[in-house]
Ligand binder design. Sequence first.
Ligand code: ZN
Length: 341
Amino acid sequence: MKALVKRAPERGLTLTEVPEPTIRDDEVLIRVRRAGVCGTDVHIYEWDAWASARCKPPFICGHEFAGDVVQVGALVDSVAVGARVTAEGHIVDEHSLFSRTGNAHVDPATRIIGVDRDGCFAEYIAMPASNIWPLDDAVSFDIGGIHDPMGNAFHTALTADIPGAVVLITGCGPIGAFAVGICKAAGAAHIIATDVNPTRLALARRMGANDAVHPDAARDAVMAASGGHGADVVLEMSGVPSAVHQAFALARPAGRVNMLGIPAKTIDVDFASEIIFKGLTIYGVVGRRMYDTWHQMSRFLRAGHFDPTPVITHRLPLEAVDEAMHLIKSGEAGKIIFEIA
Ligand code: ZN
């Protein structure tokens, strides 16, 4: 089969022929229809410090996908051949302390497809049956293929108290843009979205932001919307140091800051003034809660209150991997998906 492989510890991904995966008794084989391209894939493509410390080539890249089941292992009775599915890409031992206490998403022993084992930038992928998530008939493979990053946005937004809240979302890449639409659907009173990139601000407006502004204008927008108190909830989606400080500064006293953006290096935080004396609650977002987030996501889609479609801006074949990586780095793309079959 055709696959995008990280062949050696160096920059780039290679489109090449590899053997189709074989499945274990508790796994299923899926024909990949669509796969989302993500910032994580860019790190692996560029082979930066994080990727070279974490990943062990050779492996197939990619962790966001949807497709149909073409084979099931002997022990699998939860999903049948022909089912349209996506999957949770974080593979966790279901007997671990974290799985058994409702915190599988932060299990340190998590293995991620396309990072720690073969991923989905390929015609077929093998997945544990327990990670499979069925798609409603009304959910397209395009939308199925972006459940992973959409789930990051659902996890970030819905672990805060959104109904009636003034929400500040710092960073409007694809996950920030999803979060705007989710907060709107969840009943936020007023959503302020920030980014330095006008294309991304336009997308945030389209997803329902009341204000989509440059970070320099964020304070005025937040204070105007909140009677001068600050945002009830801040969703930090950028990992940029100035945005992290702004998240703490513009959260109201006793507000909540949910942090998804990953800073490239250590940030100097004055805990006393920025967090403690304001009584802030900080929540670190990793992946998707298994499987609370998945149920919430499917129900929002089913109810029709949230449409992620505008966030998908590019559809490309696997052959266009270099173009896809370039587009993501340019900041001019929303979500890019590979059309595989
Ligand atoms: Zn991703």
